[in-house]
Design a protein around this ligand. Structure first.
Ligand code: PD2
Ligand code: ZN
Length: 284
């Protein structure tokens, strides 16, 4: 039988009552899965319901995001890093999004792919309800974190990316490579962690909130696989060595929902990207 992705009113009231009674998210999830709800759908509604109860205010009633000075800086069309001039191709200020070129050389892209190829595992997402890592059809890529260790290339790239994002290198999570085959995708999501979702508390203790993301394209994709920003009507087309940067937390700690983004399904060929997520503080 097809799993449910919609809740009738009586289940809606049951969910509210369970959250009000402080039932454990894992128990609420187990009850919904036993009643044939789609697990990813159930996790999402449970996480949202708990978050809504904690903040009290639905999104539409919260203060609008206040845009300050973008963290990323350029002179003319260039960001000069210690070892490479990166070119700014497109910039949007509200939300802050920039398309950059010449971030990695072709040889560097190939070397990163070679480092990651044998380490890939199905990509997981963190459940907002329980904090478990779960493989879901919302993210069908394979991925690998690349800890810097004593690898000179990764060290150089981490330093370059810290200069591009204008953040201390210690605030970056380890570089993460994703590989998408034909049809693989990453459904739209924010990169920040909803602070009101119980499943995100542990990761938020490791360096605070995520504040910005840089996604570098490691190959040219034969067809589709764009990085899409559905609230902006923006699609960034993968180009080997180019990148998209976006930031989503301001000095007041507000989170910018306009940066919702996803990886559209690959139509033909394959897609490789290198992601750097930057935290508020030192990431451990
Ligand atoms: O691969 C992408 O285009 C993509 C899309 C959305 C990557 C990420 N998010 C990410 O790594 O967070
Ligand atoms: Zn993302």
């Amino acid at each position: 039988m097809e799993k449910y992705k919609h809740m009738p009113d009586e289940w809606d009231r049951w969910l509210d009552a369970s959250v009000d009674r402080d039932c454990r998210p894992a128990d609420i999830l187990a009850a919904m899965v036993a009643a044939n709800y789609d697990p990813a759908y159930a996790e999402q509604v449970i996480g949202e319901r708990i978050a809504r109860r904690r903040t009290g205010l639905p999104a539409a009633e919260r203060a609008p995001y206040r845009y300050g000075t973008p963290r990323i800086r350029h002179q003319g069309n260039l960001i000069r890093t210690g070892d490479r001039d990166v070119r700014v191709v497109m910039r949007l200020d509200q939300p802050v999004v920039a398309v950059l070129d010449n971030v990695l050389s072709d040889d560097e892209c190939d070397a990163v792919v070679a480092l990651a190829r044998d380490r890939l595992a199905p990509s997981a997402t963190l459940s907002p309800a329980t904090g478990e890592n779960q493989v879901r059809d919302t993210r069908t890529s394979r991925g690998a974190f690349l800890p810097e260790g004593d690898n000179a290339l990764l060290r150089r790239l981490n330093r370059r990316i810290a200069q591009i994002t204008n953040t201390p290198v210690e605030h970056g999570e380890a570089l993460h490579v994703l590989h998408y085959g034909v049809g693989a995708e990453y459904k739209p999501h924010p990169d920040y962690f909803d602070p009101n979702s119980p499943g995100f508390a542990a990761t938020l203790r490791r360096g605070g909130q995520r504040i910005a993301t840089l996604i570098v394209y490691l190959n040219d994709v034969e067809d589709a696989g764009d990085t899409v920003f559905p609230k902006l009507g923006l699609s960034v087309v993968p180009k080997k060595g180019a990148a998209v940067y976006f930031e989503y937390m301001n000095e007041e700690g507000q989170l910018d929902e306009a940066t919702l983004h996803g990886g559209a399904p690959v139509g033909a060929g394959e897609k490789w990207v290198l992601t750097k997520w930057v935290r508020q503080d030192v990431f451990r």
